[in-house]
Design a protein around this ligand. Structure first.
Ligand code: CTP
Ligand code: MG
Length: 180
């Protein structure tokens, strides 16, 4: 029972986890804010680019499509019914993850934090909150059936730990400038 909740929750949220990591690998080029400032600070900063955002969104959607193709066999192997991803749900999770991260940069700049500065709590949850909000808005029935309260609880507990882990790993591998 607990296993099926945890496995189902992680499966459902995976397309929200990949976009930020893909953006780190693919990012660069023109910043979304085009260099514009608000007051004496950048609107978003050079760390939020069109290329990173597009690549992250595409990666999340591609992962959802792949998971969909694997769900039957993977679910049977662990004895769990795994959730599927209608395209609008995949788009909501992937794009929402990127938008949540962009929104966090907006808040970081407004609170005086330079690009790359840590904002504990926000850094670990921004993308998952964005993903859940966008998925709920785009596919409300799918969202209600997929993100049950028990699965949501798992997501909220596991996400910060996974985020910290992957970022420390990306930093250690030299892919990222800071370990957060
Ligand atoms: N990235 C990108 N586009 C995005 C998100 C990330 O190009 N929408 C790339 C950038 O190269 C960025 C790197 O991924 O520097 C790391 O992402 P993140 O830690 O989110 O950005 P920071 O540079 O730390 O900037 P911020 O302080 O605004 O979070
Ligand atoms: Mg950062």
């Amino acid at each position: 029972m607990l296993l099926s909740v945890v496995v189902g929750a992680l499966w459902a949220v995976l397309p929200a986890y990949l976009p930020n990591n893909a953006a780190v690998l693919a990012g660069g080029g023109r910043p979304i804010d085009g260099g514009r400032t608000l007051g004496d600070r950048r609107l978003l900063g050079d760390g939020k680019t069109w290329r990173g955002t597009a690549a992250g969104t595409a990666a999340g959607i591609a992962l959802a499509v792949s998971l969909d193709a694997l769900a039957g066999r993977a679910g049977a192997a662990v004895g769990v019914t795994l959730p599927g991803f209608p395209l609008v749900a995949a788009l909501g999770l992937a794009l929402g993850a990127m938008v949540g991260d962009v929104a966090a940069s907006f808040l970081k700049r407004r609170s005086g934090r330079e690009r790359g500065a840590a904002f504990p709590g926000l850094d670990q949850l921004d993308f998952v909150v964005g993903a859940l909000v966008f998925a709920a808005a785009g596919a409300p029935e799918w969202f209600a059936a997929t993100f049950t309260p028990a699965r949501l609880a798992v997501v909220v507990v596991v996400t910060p730990a996974l985020h910290v882990g992957t970022n420390v790993a990306a930093y250690a591998l030299g892919l990222k400038d800071e370990p957060w």
